[in-house]
Write a protein that binds this ligand. Structure first.
Ligand code: H79
Length: 435
């Protein structure tokens, strides 16, 4: 019988809850076709044809120190790199396959260089590992709804040995948990149809992972895909429940609660444009102020944001992403206090923006000017010790204006003439409550 160890859980989750902001990196052979990481499946490309990217792969600009610096400068506290995505190509030197970066022109163990670089910048190290493997002959082909060969009867599943695939998959997980030092996050992706939980021999897998990496934080996708909450939320935790819920390309409207109504840990993974892997023709990047608002939204709902970049075939993070990371970083330097270690405010969301909280500090993110003094819903005048701008520490008076004499208990802040631009994220105020 599995028993959920709340104490061990809270201990290993502490840094992760405080961090709030991480970088996701989708990178592999698919950077060469440059149509996203699902290209082999979407275009139903046979293995032989996909091999041309393996022959070509040579990321001459690969420099994970640059990636880690960009993440750190953006105010991110952890990074998660696709050690292997669904196409099965390994960025690490696996002894169980030839389909790996060390066998390409580049000849390097890219995961090894990555983990060193991330640690050198003082960030937490995460690896993504795909449960699907479209390269492995024993993974379901024909009839599997995600597989590139799903419609081709020449790839019937009859003589496949899925157990052999599981041995392979478990062996590779052992490798990444053994050969790259202490891992902070392990991001499995993903379960679907009958392929979930014990179909992956998940109890055995997790037992091994926990033995090798006792404190690693694991997502919930050994039992669900992006839309599911998993067994921890359902109140009947399996041994492989994972440590956080992993909504994909969405921010949960009210955060995420378990069956008892208690808030639980989650992390939204979100792309900057509309693809995870590098996509040459996707220039629709969310503007930096929008990304900052998404981060604030996650924190105000008690979650993390894992923001993705997709480096190109040479190993460079796209210029659009670099620009946005820098702009976010500028904001984080000034206002990070309202993000790190913060969570739900526990008060109603105001019309003009959002609120995060750390202890007796309520951080009001003011996205647009109010007409008249700024209402602080849920805050009484007599509770306030002081109000300060987060960026400068400058004092903000509690309003004494007659215009809100109808609100004897709710406090208002007097921002005076300070203009907030319609797209603004630069007005963050700290309402310090008396202890
Ligand atoms: O690694 C990223 C994705 O490749 C993987 N998880 C994130 C973190 C993933 N995203 N979605 N899915 C897995 C589920 C499958 C979605 C699909 Fe589709 C819808 C596959 C085919 C249609 C999205 C749209 C992917 C290709 C087109």
């Amino acid at each position: 019988m599995y028993k959920f160890d709340r104490e061990a859980y809270d201990r290993r989750m502490e840094w992760y809850r405080d961090a709030r902001f991480g970088m996701f990196i989708h990178w592999g052979l698919y950077a060469i076709p440059a149509r996203g990481e699902w290209v082999r499946s979407i275009e139903q490309i046979p293995k032989e044809d996909y091999m041309k990217y393996f022959e070509e792969f040579n990321p001459v600009d690969f420099d994970p120190r640059k990636w880690a610096k960009a993440a750190k400068e953006a105010g991110m506290k952890y990074m998660v790199l696709t050690a292997k995505h669904h196409d099965g190509f390994c960025l690490f030197d696996s002894q169980y396959t030839d389909f790996k970066s060390t066998n390409t022109k580049c000849g390097r163990d890219l995961v090894a260089e990555y983990v060193d670089a991330v640690r050198a910048e003082g960030l937490k190290v995460g690896l993504y590992f795909s449960l699907l493997d479209w390269f492995h002959d024993d993974f379901p082909h024909y009839g599997d709804r995600n597989h590139p060969m799903r419609n081709n009867p020449a790839y019937k599943n009859d003589d496949r040995d899925f157990d052999r695939y599981l041995t392979y998959m478990h062996n590779q997980v052992r490798e990444i948990c053994t050969n790259y030092g202490k891992l902070d996050v392990l991001w499995f992706d993903f379960s679907y149809d009958t392929l979930r939980g014990e179909a992956w021999k998940a109890t055995e897998l997790i037992k091994m992972v926990r033995k090798l990496q006792p404190d690693v934080i694991i997502d919930n996708r050994l039992e669900v895909s992006g839309e599911g909450y998993g067994s921890l939320a359902a109140g009947n935790p399996t041994p492989y429940h994972g440590d956080f819920v992993s909504p994909e390309q969405m921010i949960p409207p009210n955060g995420i609660q378990d069956v008892n109504g208690n808030d639980i840990a989650w992390e939204s993974c979100v792309t900057m444009n509309n693809h995870w892997g590098y996509c040459a023709n996707d220039h629709f990047f969310k503007p930096a102020p929008m990304l900052i608002k998404k981060l604030v939204e996650c924190v105000s709902k008690g979650g993390n944001l894992l923001l993705n970049v997709g480096p190109d075939a040479r190993g460079n993070i796209p210029e659009e992403s670099i620009e946005r990371l820098a702009e976010i970083g500028k904001w984080m330097k000034k206002n990070g206090e309202s993000i790190y270690g913060c969570g739900k405010a526990g008060i109603e969301k105001p019309d003009f923006g959002r609120v995060t909280r750390h202890g007796n500090h309520l951080y009001f993110h003011v996205y647009e000017n109010t007409v008249g003094p700024l209402p602080l819903p849920g805050v009484k005048k007599e509770e306030i010790q002081a109000i300060r701008y987060v960026a400068t520490g400058a004092e903000i008076p509690v309003s004494t204006s007659w215009v809100h004499s109808d609100y004897p208990t709710m406090a208002f802040a007097d921002l005076g003439e300070d203009p907030v631009l319609p797209d603004g994220v630069d007005t963050v105020i700290d309402v310090i409550l008396k202890k």
